[in-house]
Design a protein around this ligand. Structure first.
Ligand code: GUN
Length: 294
């Protein structure tokens, strides 16, 4: 038996198509064009490549893309001034400050200076608190993408045992909150968890977000479990990119699994576009797009 492959690439293309339809309608009916501002400090090649992809896909969805590239030696005060300017600009509905920031900056301080209504990353403490208390918020893009894939595959997640491996603020913690919001029984496991394979073996849903290449193997899984692999690890040799799950062994035991690449990865930017659209609708007192929010 081999698992169903969850095609995140195709699903993300559908999400982008839905966003583009909403954007076209906003323009035609209200004369509004959603705008996303991405701020990049320094010249990290991986970050530059992400920012390029974000800009390209934003424009393809019919939205305005604003890129602010600042030198690596930018001071925190200078970056805060840029954030303030974007907060006050009515043509900007979403602001993303690409992480990691250079060492002289406090990313917490910078993120918490973003207007929470424009915080399309969902990293501002207000949004974290709203998500944790089940209130309307901006939801971090990668976990939102995982949730969409899970809902699409299962319909209701109610009562399922979910194990999230990884406790980062970007993925693990918000993922756990979203699964709890959908009435899963949630365990957050991490590098210090005892008997991790035993913990994972109880899960109907496994979300792996630890950043360790191919750590989760098929013998850790409950037969039929749904496996969402958030890992993107570059390894030497033939494979190139691998997830946190050993796909070859997991696919024989799981009921459904996301591949790497082509699983969760493409969902992140699709959800960033969805969040920008949502922020724009909220800013203008318009109905939110259905199926594109948590
Ligand atoms: N760097 C890696 N992932 C992310 C993300 O989701 N948002 C931001 N702002 N920076 C990142």
């Amino acid at each position: 038996m081999s698992a169903t492959i969850i095609d995140g690439k195709a699903f993300a293309a559908r999400v982008r198509g839905q966003v583009a339809e909403h954007v076209a309608r906003l323009k035609a009916e209200h004369g509004i064009t959603p705008g996303l501002a991405v701020v990049l400090v320094g010249e990290d090649p991986a970050s530059q490549s992400y920012v390029r992809s974000k800009g390209k896909q934003t424009v393809e969805a019919g939205m305005n893309s604003f890129e602010r590239k600042l030198p690596a030696e930018t001071t925190e005060a200078e970056l805060l001034a840029v954030v303030k300017e974007l907060n006050e600009d009515p043509s900007v509905h979403g602001i993303l400050v690409q992480l990691p920031l250079p060492g002289q900056m406090s990313s917490d301080l910078v993120i918490n200076a973003i207007d929470p209504a424009k915080d399309v990353d969902g990293f501002h403490i207000s949004n974290v608190g709203l998500l944790g208390t089940g209130q309307k918020s901006m939801v971090p893009c990668t976990p939102l993408g995982c949730l969409m894939l899970l809902r699409d595959h299962h319909g209701s997640l109610s009562g399922m045992n979910a194990v999230v491996i990884g406790r980062s603020n970007i993925v693990g913690k918000p993922m756990a909150q979203l699964l709890l919001g959908d009435s899963c029984t949630v365990t957050i496991a991490h590098s210090r968890t005892k008997d991790l394979p035993e913990v994972v073996r109880r899960a109907d849903i496994v979300v792996a977000a630890v950043g360790r290449p191919e750590m989760v193997t098929g013998d850790w899984l409950k037969p039929g479990a749904t496996v969402i692999d958030v890992g993107i690890n570059r390894v030497e040799g033939r494979k190139g990119l691998v997830g946190d799950v050993d796909f070859a062994s997991a696919v024989e035991v799981a009921g459904a699994i996301t591949p790497v690449p082509g699983g969760v990865g493409p969902m992140t930017i699709a959800c960033l576009l969805a969040n920008t659209l949502t922020a724009c609708c909220r800013a203008n007192g318009l109905a939110e797009p259905e199926g594109l929010t948590a």
